[in-house]
Design a binder for this molecule. Structure first.
Ligand SMILES: Nc1ncnc2c1ncn2[C@@H]1O[C@H](COP(=O)(O)OP(=O)(O)OP(=O)(O)O)[C@@H](O)[C@H]1O
Ligand SMILES: [Mg+2]
Length: 391
């Protein structure tokens, strides 16, 4: 988690979005000190342009001694050489213009990288394993929020640069990741075909489109017809290379089982299975779970997410658990803020990090960061019983 110190409420959402991950907002540096005292694992404090320069410099010079691994990034309305010199002397890591959100994001990323190695030489790893984890977001029903979940999950796992993340759009025929993030697909998965059998990290880097420093995307081809040409073995090869390059690889999928999806399910450490609270989608999730059981995928890879939860539609989380015969791990509420954020081309976890929907997506990331565990099966009531109850 990071701390943002400013009294200007209006700048909090954009700055928190640029900082990434979970951000605690405080009004003054005394409150920042309080948060730091309660959680010694904090690695970043961003001080807003409205905070008095001398107070900010005093804070940085005290923290340099008290908490050497903590990074302080100072925002100012504009950069002045005299301020830069004073700030560096006080131990501030970077001084950045508050209005330049890209620079804010990059400096937070650099500061977090530095915080991974404390002055005592202790490396704080982003995660233990040298191979990254792969999380696939899947549902066989269209439109239940796979792309929304995958993009927000990728952004949240990235945590402003704490982790290197690659978002892969495997909805090869009708991929929406590029449009959701306002990216222009120049290189796509189709370009990997030229490297089939000899794909390495350099080759894979050339396929990626940058969203933020440390958050790259492998986009879907622009022409839907290109999908058929991509062999499943190539998808497997790409994922194996990407997991060596990134801490987390998040995969968006099409709404059906196909050979690409099966290749991904084989490689993935986490199967994030989505449903919405309506009977047809629930039925599809039940069939998906049966299929995954039939294919002998370990159940502890599964994370069931109820998206668009809405008390007005009549199906409760208990109903959902009865049908899918397993626990719902995460509930994401329905909100018009989601389509609005998609139309703005900014994931809601960046745009409105404090929103209830963002909290739901963060919960999925938290489960993945912690290593998702299988939920205990819920009481079995069956689809038929549910139809009678809700009818
Ligand atoms: N929690 C939510 N609340 C309200 N609307 C949502 C929510 N999640 C997703 N949506 C909306 O549902 C629609 C479909 O979402 P999305 O494109 O993510 O689904 P999908 O499963 O990827 O669809 P497809 O199968 O077509 O790829 C979008 O308009 C999105 O804004
Ligand atoms: Mg989609």
């Amino acid at each position: 988690m990071s701390i943002l110190c400013t009294k200007q409420r209006a700048v909090v959402p954009p700055l928190a979005g640029a900082m990434g991950g979970e951000v605690s907002h405080v009004d003054d540096l005394t409150a920042a000190e309080g948060v730091l005292a309660s959680d010694p694992r904090e690695t970043l404090v961003v001080i807003g342009a409205d905070v008095d320069l001398m107070e900010a410099l005093d804070f940085a010079s005290v923290q340099r001694l008290l908490r050497p691994a903590l990074g302080v990034v100072l925002l100012r309305e504009r950069l002045e050489v005299s301020v830069l010199a004073l700030a560096i002397r006080a131990g501030v890591r970077e001084v950045v213009p508050e209005s330049d959100l890209d620079l804010v994001a990059e400096s937070c990323l650099r500061s977090r990288e530095l915080s991974r190695v404390t002055p005592d030489g202790v490396v704080i790893p982003a995660q233990q394993s040298t191979e990254g984890k792969i999380a696939v977001v899947f549902a066989t029903k269209g439109g239940c929020g796979k792309t929304t979940t995958a993009t927000n999950l990728a952004v949240t796992l990235h945590a402003g640069g704490a982790n290197r993340v690659c978002l892969v759009d495997l909805d090869i025929a009708f991929g929406d990741v590029a449009i959701s993030l306002q990216l222009t697909p120049v290189r796509t998965l189709v370009d990997a075909m030229a490297m089939d059998g000899q794909l390495d990290e350099t080759g894979a880097s050339g396929l990626l489109t940058r969203y933020r420093p440390g958050l790259e995307c492998l986009l879907a081809p622009v022409e839907p017809g290109d999908a058929q040409q991509i062999p499943a073995s190539l998808v497997t090869d790409v994922l194996r290379v990407l997991r060596r390059m990134f801490d987390y690889v998040v995969i968006d999928t099409p709404p059906q089982f196909n050979e690409h999806v099966l290749a991904v399910l084989d490689e993935a450490d986490h199967h994030v299975l989505l449903t919405t609270p309506d009977v047809p989608t629930l039925k599809n999730l039940r069939l998906t779970i049966d299929m995954l059981d039939l294919l002998s995928y370990p159940r502890d890879r599964r994370l069931i997410v109820l998206n668009r939860e809405d008390s007005r539609v009549g199906l409760t989380v208990t109903d959902v658990e009865s049908v899918v015969k397993t626990g719902v791990a995460v509930r994401v509420p329905a909100s018009l803020a989601v389509p609005a954020s998609i139309n703005r081309g900014v994931p809601i976890t960046i745009d409105q990090p404090e929103h209830r929907v963002s909290a739901g997506f963060r919960e999925i990331a938290t489960r993945i960061l912690a290593g998702a565990k299988h939920e205990p099966p819920a009481a079995r009531r069956g689809l038929f019983g549910l139809r009678r109850r809700s009818g």
